[in-house]
Every structure is written in structure tokens, then in C-alpha cells.
Design a binder for this molecule. Structure first.
Ligand SMILES: Cc1ncc(COP(=O)(O)O)c(C=O)c1O
Length: 404
């Protein structure tokens, strides 16, 4: 993480930053936030003063919660009120609260773990457990070869092993790092299994539907009383406002509200104030569908072309089907060094990526080479940086295989 921050803030010329999950600065979206901020400043009802000078309620601003519930109800017909919506300081805080609520040491003295039905999974969950024991019980994916240079992960339902030690099932959709979008069928099976066991299915929608909507394949968003959705304003271009949104049944929302009050008293409310009008008009959906998604899809296609251009034919590289989010996930079969060593060599050569091994937490990956053969490459930086990054990746990886 230090590398990622350093590359973004200081070494831009020297280091090509292709590691982090920062959203691109899309000009029309940047202009929109300015416009929303100006409207807030001009508001004669003094909303700007209220935003800055009043603590927000710990569950979030009632009008924002109402706007989220109304928007989701209009879009999908879900039976929601503001009692189903809690705001948190980013999706990251929401997952911290939820993962620890449903796993770790329980108040009855027992232990529960979160079942991750498929890894690689979001690195940001990895260290979130507050109890001493492992928070996660993870499963390897099925690896399906989908083209000459392509592959895709699928949930291995035959080896899922859901049992009474699991307090919840959790997935991100699209998944960071692989960009995998779990199919409607996979989600439907997980939903059924969770409900049979009486445990929640937590779906992290940081890049997903309905906003920011960075999903490049068909996928249907789902919610019911047994599903907990985590949404975020970050990937819409507002990570600085730290706004996460939990959609859940009311008692879970009340627990989140209490946790926010205890940990941080209240949330940042600037993002809520900027985005509420876009939820009320439904404009947020149009922006997600017509601006944000096409932008990232074009960046993804460009990155795929650069991979074809610069990655050597003689190297057995594959890339996960690009289905959403901000990353390409490369798999180098028979990689002669570990992906961590590859990361270090790339860093020396001036490009930062994230070594894949850190995304395979919650399982013993000893003897499973795949977990040491992947890297995550972000394509949200300016095109010249991404191009340069792929050129360097091509040179370094050629050398790694040539000298092995
Ligand atoms: C899958 C996933 N979930 C959650 C987050 C956290 O985002 P935020 O706390 O900015 O909402 C991220 C950030 O990169 C992410 O990739």
C-alpha cells in the first residue's frame, strides 16, 4: 500500500502506477462534482452550512437514505425504506463492521468464519479481523480456459463445504482483483445456500450495479432480507468523500448505526449531499450507464490491446476475461520466479503492479502454483503511463522466462 500511495503522490515520472484502485479522473464527471458543489454553495436553504457545521446522524442523513431506498425501489422493485439503508465511511468500513459482526469470536463464546466461495478476493478484507483467529475460510476457484490467451474463474460448488462454522458468505461482484463477475446463476445458488443455513450473503458492489456500474457483461443485481449489499460512491469518482452504503434488513442497519456511533460518531456527509439529487432524479443511473461504464470498458479494451502488443508470444501468459472493475488479472503459467519477485523486478524497472499471492487469503495455497503466478494490473492511469507500463512488463517478463 505504501508503494501505491508513494507512486500516486511523488514518483509519478519515475514510477508507472498500475497497482491501485483509484478511479480515473473522467472530465465530464469531474465537472459534474464541481457543479453539484456550486449548487450546494448557492443553496439558499443553507444546506452547505448544515453539511459542514452539523454532525450527520450515525446511520447517515435521513434524506440521503430515503433517496437511496427510493432509487433502488424504482430501479429494481425492492421493498426498501430508509430503515434498510446505513451510510458508512466508505465500503471499507462497511466490510470491517460486517465481517467482524458475522465472524470471529461470537458473544455466545463460539467462533465463526466468513466463507469466501472463491478467491482471489479483495485484498482489503484480508487483515480486517479483530479476533486472533483467521476470519476467512476460502475456496479455490475452477479455472476455465476460455480462449488462446484468456481464462475465467468459476465457483467450485462441488467443494464449497458450507457448514455451521460459517457466519456469512461474502463475495465482491465484480471481483477485485480478477474483474470476474459472478453469474446470475452462481449468485442464485449462493443465495439459496445462505438462506438455507440462515446466514447472510454479503455482496460487495464497489464497482457494481446500479452505480458506478463498471460491469461489462450481463448481470442482475439482487437483494432480499438475507442479502447485505455494500455500495460505494468511491468508484463514481468520489473516494475522497468516504461514502459507503449498506443495504440490509433494519436490525442490521441499526447495528451498523451503533458501530459508526461508537467508532467515529458520524460519517462524512459531503458525498451524500453531492449525490442525493442525482439519486432523486435517477440521473446517477444514466451517468453510470452512459459515461462511467463506457469509459472503463474502453480503457479495458485498450489495455487488452496493449497486452497483445507488448507481452511476448513465447511467454505463456493469460489474462482473466475482463468483466468489470479497473483491472486486468494476468496469469503467467510456470512463472520461474514468485509473483512477489516479479513485482520487485517490475518496480525496479519503473512500474508498480500488485503481486497476486496476497489475494488468496483464507486458504492453504501451498502446492497450488497458480496462487504465485498472477499479478493485478490497473488501467485507470493516463494512456501514456499504461502504454509505458505494458511495454516494461513485456520486457521484464521476457527476461524472466529467457533466463530461467
Ligand atoms: C472490492 C472493493 N470493495 C471495497 C473497496 C473499498 O472502497 P471504499 O472504502 O473507497 O468505498 C474497494 C476499494 O478499492 C474495493 O475494490
Amino acid at each position: 500500500m505504501d508503494d501505491l500511495g508513494e507512486a500516486l503522490t511523488s514518483g509519478k515520472d519515475r514510477l508507472r502506477m498500475m497497482g491501485g484502485g483509484n478511479p480515473d479522473h473522467i472530465p465530464s464527471i469531474q465537472r459534474l462534482w464541481r457543479k453539484q458543489m456550486e449548487a450546494l454553495l448557492d443553496d439558499e436553504g443553507n444546506e452547505f452550512d448544515r453539511v459542514l457545521a452539523d454532525y450527520d446522524q450515525p446511520a447517515g442523513s435521513p434524506s440521503f437514505r430515503e433517496a437511496v431506498a427510493g432509487f433502488l425501489q424504482t430501479q429494481y422493485g425492492w421493498d426498501l425504506t430508509r430503515e434498510n439503508i446505513a451510510v458508512t465511511n466508505g465500503g471499507q468500513t462497511a466490510s470491517f463492521f460486517l465481517l467482524n459482526r458475522f465472524a470471529g469470536e461470537m458473544t455466545d463464546g463460539g467462533e465463526k468464519r466468513i466463507l469466501l466461495p472463491i478467491v482471489p478476493e479483495y485484498i482489503g478484507y484480508g487483515d480486517q479481523g479483530v479476533s486472533d483467529n483467521d476470519l476467512f475460510d476460502s475456496r479455490k476457484p475452477l479455472v476455465e480456459i476460455t480462449g488462446e490467451r484468456r481464462f475465467k474463474y468459476r465457483i467450485d460448488f462441488d467443494n464449497l463445504g458450507l457448514n455451521d462454522s460459517h457466519g456469512a458468505i461474502a463475495v465482491s461482484r465484480p471481483t477485485n482483483p480478477s474483474s470476474n463477475v459472478l453469474t446470475d446463476e452462481e449468485i442464485s445458488v449462493l443465495r439459496g445456500l445462505a438462506s438455507e443455513k440462515g446466514i447472510p450473503l454479503i455482496i460487495d458492489n464497489a464497482y457494481g450495479l446500479p452505480f458506478p456500474g463498471v460491469v461489462f457483461r450481463d448481470a442482475t443485481p439482487v437483494w432480499d432480507d438475507n442479502i447485505i449489499l455494500i455500495l460505494s460512491l468511491s468508484k463514481l469518482g468520489l473516494p475522497g468523500t468516504r461514502t459507503g452504503i449498506v443495504v440490509a434488513r433494519p436490525e442490521i442497519v441499526r447495528e451498523i448505526r451503533s458501530m459508526t456511533a461508537i467508532v467515529g460518531l458520524a460519517n462524512n456527509n459531503v458525498g451524500q449531499a453531492l449525490v442525493r439529487p442525482l439519486l432523486e432524479t435517477g440521473e446517477i443511473k444514466r451517468l453510470s450507464n452512459e459515461v462511467v461504464r463506457p469509459h472503463y470498458q474502453a480503457r479495458s479494451e485498450q489495455a487488452m490491446e496493449l497486452a497483445e502488443e507488448f507481452l511476448p508470444r513465447e511467454v505463456p501468459w493469460r489474462v482473466h476475461e475482463s468483466e468489470g472493475a479497473f483491472f486486468l488479472w494476468f496469469w503467467f503459467e510456470n512463472l520461474p520466479i514468485s509473483c512477489r519477485e516479479l513485482y520487485l523486478r517490475l518496480k525496479d524497472a519503473g512500474v508498480i503492479v500488485v503481486p497476486g499471492e496476497y489475494f488468496f487469503f483464507g486458504l492453504n495455497a501451498d502446492g497450488w502454483d497458480h496462487a504465485r503466478q498472477c499479478i493485478r494490473v490497473s488501467y485507470t492511469q493516463p494512456e501514456s503511463i499504461v502504454r509505458d507500463g505494458f511495454r516494461i512488463l513485456g520486457e521484464v517478463i521476457r527476461e524472466v522466462y529467457r533466463t530461467s
